[in-house]
Design a protein around this ligand. Structure first.
Ligand SMILES: Cc1cc2nc3c(=O)[nH]c(=O)nc-3n(C[C@H](O)[C@H](O)[C@H](O)COP(=O)(O)O)c2cc1C
Length: 209
């Protein structure tokens, strides 16, 4: 078991290095590059993906790490929420999921998601959050990006991770939405979210919430 964890850690460290893409790697907490008062921009929406079940470092969890951060954001900001839920199941042991996610990433797949996306024209500020899977967001989030236009919005990306920080998400979101304002990005280690509410609130305070 220890061997598996060490292998995974090495894996994430190498993904972190190779997936830099010019975005600054952070160990934890904030990478706020612009302190614009987001609160002035009306009601916000949080769009996220999070995976409960067996995961690296935290074991078998009932609520995903990113979902816990989302709950802190909603409590502090009153934002609306859309959860990206894949049509296919990711309910499997971590050792299998890591391989499946790698295949999705390598093949540039666009897994389908469920649910009715809210009317996005109601929101100027959109938080986008998810775990880092293989150096960036899970592929199902890219399906959402492909199908929904967030150009012109202010987008605040955030991640939970186990070593890669923000990975490539800032540049990937910029690629998806070249005419959006991407700002205020934040990352926190998944194993720290349960005790990390104050850290999340400091980030939100810095954004004006
Ligand atoms: C399939 C898979 C791939 C992962 N890849 C990475 C990675 O490349 N870098 C990293 O730091 N963490 C990686 N992780 C760890 C997750 O990013 C971390 O546990 C995150 O907090 C999970 O959030 P969630 O519970 O909201 O899904 C990976 C986890 C899984 C399940």
């Amino acid at each position: 078991m220890k061997g598996l964890f060490l292998a995974a850690l090495t894996l994430f460290a190498s993904v972190s290095c190779s997936a830099g893409g010019g975005s600054k790697q952070v160990n934890e907490e904030t990478a706020i590059n612009n302190t614009t008062d987001m609160k002035a921009n009306g009601k916000a929406l949080v769009i996220f993906f999070s995976h409960a079940g067996e995961n690296y470092s935290v074991g078998n969890i009932e609520v995903g790490n990113t979902k816990i951060v989302v709950d802190y954001i909603v409590e502090q900001t009153g934002a609306d929420v859309f959860e990206i839920v894949a049509e296919k199941s990711y309910d499997m042991p971590y050792s299998q999921l890591i391989k499946l996610a790698q295949d999705e990433e390598r093949n540039g797949e666009f897994p389908a998601y469920k649910g009715q996306v809210p009317d996005l024209s109601q929101y100027d500020t959109i938080f986008i959050g998810g775990p880092i899977w293989w150096g960036t967001y899970p592929r199902v989030m890219f399906t959402f990006f492909r199908d929904n236009d967030l150009n012109g919005k202010t987008i605040i990306p955030f991640t939970t991770h186990e070593g890669s920080g923000l990975g490539n998400v800032v540049s990937d979101v910029k690629k998806a939405y070249p005419n959006a304002t991407i700002t205020g990005q934040f990352s926190i280690a998944g194993h720290n979210v349960r005790s990390g509410k104050a850290t999340v609130l400091r980030w939100l305070n810095g954004l004006g919430y």
